[in-house]
Design a protein around this ligand. Structure first.
Ligand code: FAD
Length: 461
């Protein structure tokens, strides 16, 4: 029978180990994507992520069709859907690339043992991370909580495998096409896209989801920005970063492809330009680190990694102040520019993510989880590992975190990283006029209040 290839966070046809292995078997392929919002523990996707997923599935469906196959779409709890599809197609095997969240691993493990009990081969592959979490351990056999030794351990071993090429063909399954159960749900019925109001105009103008544009972005970045990455990556107006994060989040490009292409591109580089390439790969390493941390601490989005932070005395939430932050009306130009960039484009420059997060946590004394939830809903790259990891890093409660008492001053950050106010003016057109809001807080006062609150945490550790 055919092999079911179950697509999840790997919406691509090139360098897809599960698809590659299935094609090697020489059997017809049933390519499946299923939208599971039912299974226990699955965090519902945010709005921007749902928009991205819709476009990305359309693109994947087209790529698979161009290679002779067909993408089957289903909705519902993964376990029963896989069982039914195996039955309907008389599949001999189900292949997939691994996921690293606890709920996802629990689902996958249960499905694997269920399939094997029924004599159906089930096999999982490494496609989304360069280094599997259980293979990177400290000398004592534990997991790393600091990035530098983590990345040293990763890069000390065998280099990541070479990527698999795009398959020449994806042999479709010739089962009875009239079988109602095989006719795919219509993607449009899934309601992933906003209708009224249609808030996705800025997303459409900023992004083209899909494997082809991920490859194009990578190659433009390597040709034009890689040599200046180390010196300009912190300046939001420079466009010196790759913008690959949503493509990596959805697996439209794999970290193996990024790794290999960067190795090739860096061959001609020397000195500071070569250091730029090393720096870029280390940022890809932060993504790995966030996933490893999530693997070992599955409650990363809700629980402080450092339990001492449970004692932090968060004051009651001020909804109006939170709304001012979300909508970019704090009266601090770099914060507002970032929050408005996020709302309009579904993304925000990394430096500005740190500044806006620090402002919420330390100048507004709002629990980092509120900010994490807003980013989860609005970022196109919202990711179960990197997002809570980034928030806990800024809060000081996380792995290799900035110490709590390091409080970004949004005005100094703006002067340093947006010296000509180009990024601010792009995102806050009324900046400098009477229409621009007055400061929401006093930076000095709120800083002192935050440090006083932090004394409680220090008492715990
Ligand atoms: P580049 O500089 O070109 O880096 C290349 C790739 O490396 C990125 O695409 C990304 O996959 C990875 N990367 C870079 N920096 C980091 C980092 N600090 N942590 C983890 N991975 C990194 N990144 C997400 O992918 N999803 C998120 O939900 C997310 N939430 C964040 C929340 C906060 C509060 C902070 C401070 C950071 C967050 N980041 C998140 C990390 C980082 O801001 C983005 O990955 C980066 O801005 C993406 O831009 P780029 O693709 O141009 O990055």
């Amino acid at each position: 029978g055919p092999v079911i290839v179950w697509f999840r966070d790997d919406l691509r046809v090139a360098d897809h180990p599960a698809l590659h292995a299935a094609i090697e078997l020489g059997q017809p392929i049933v390519a499946l994507y299923l939208l599971d919002q039912q299974s226990t523990g699955i965090r519902p996707l945010g709005g921007a992520a749902r928009w991205w997923l819709h476009q990305s599935l359309r693109s994947l469906g087209d790529s698979i069709a161009a290679l002779g196959g067909r993408l089957v779409l289903r909705r519902g709890a993964a376990g029963p859907i896989i069982a039914r599809l195996v039955h309907e197609t008389d599949a001999s095997a189900v292949f997939w690339n691994r996921r690293y969240g606890l709920a996802e691993r629990t689902i996958d493990t249960a499905i694997k043992s269920d399939l094997r009990e029924r004599g159906v081969d089930a096999h999982s592959f490494a496609g989304s991370l360069l280094f599997e979490p259980w293979t990177i351990q400290t000398g004592q056999g534990g997991s790393y909580s600091v990035f530098t030794p983590f990345w040293r351990a990763c890069t000390a071993g065998a280099p990541p495998r070479a990527p698999y090429p795009t398959p020449a063909a994806i042999p479709g399954w010739a089962g009875d096409p009239t079988t109602a159960a095989l006719v795919s749900d219509d993607l449009d019925d899934w309601g992933l896209q906003p209708s009224s109001p249609d808030w996705a105009g800025g997303l459409r103008a900023s992004w083209t989801p899909g494997e082809a544009s991920a490859q194009a972005l990578l190659h433009i970045f390597l040709a034009e920005s890689l040599p200046r990455y180390a010196t300009e990556r912190d300046e939001p107006a420079q466009n010196a970063t790759s913008r690959l994060s949503p493509h990596l989040r959805w697996g439209e490009i794999s970290p193996y492809q990024v790794w290999a292409a960067t190795q090739t591109a860096q061959r001609g580089l020397r000195g500071s330009e070569l250091a730029s390439a090393t720096r870029f790969l280390a940022e890809v390493g932060w993504r790995e680190f966030a996933y490893h941390v999530l693997f070992h601490a599955p409650d990363l989005a809700t629980e402080n990694l450092r339990p001492a932070f449970d004692a932090f005395p968060w004051p009651p939430l001020d909804q109006d102040a939170l709304a001012a932050w979300q909508q970019g009306r704090t009266g601090f130009a770099l914060v507002d520019a970032g929050m408005r960039e996020l709302w309009r484009t579904g993304s925000m420059h990394n430096r500005v993510r740190m500044v806006t997060a620090s402002f919420l946590i330390k100048n507004m004394l709002v629990d980092w989880r509120e900010g994490e939830r807003w980013f989860w809903d609005t970022l196109v790259d919202a990711d179960a590992a990197s997002n809570p990891f980034g928030w806990q890093w800024v809060a000081g409660s996380g792995a290799d975190a900035a110490p709590y008492f390091r409080i970004f001053n949004p005005e100094l950050q703006a002067a340093k990283f947006d010296p000509h106010q180009q990024y601010i003016r792009e995102n806050v057109p009324e900046y400098g006029t009477d229409a621009y809001p007055a400061p929401l807080v006093d930076l000095g006062e709120t800083r002192r209040a935050a440090l006083a609150a932090y004394e409680r945490v220090k008492g715990q550790s």
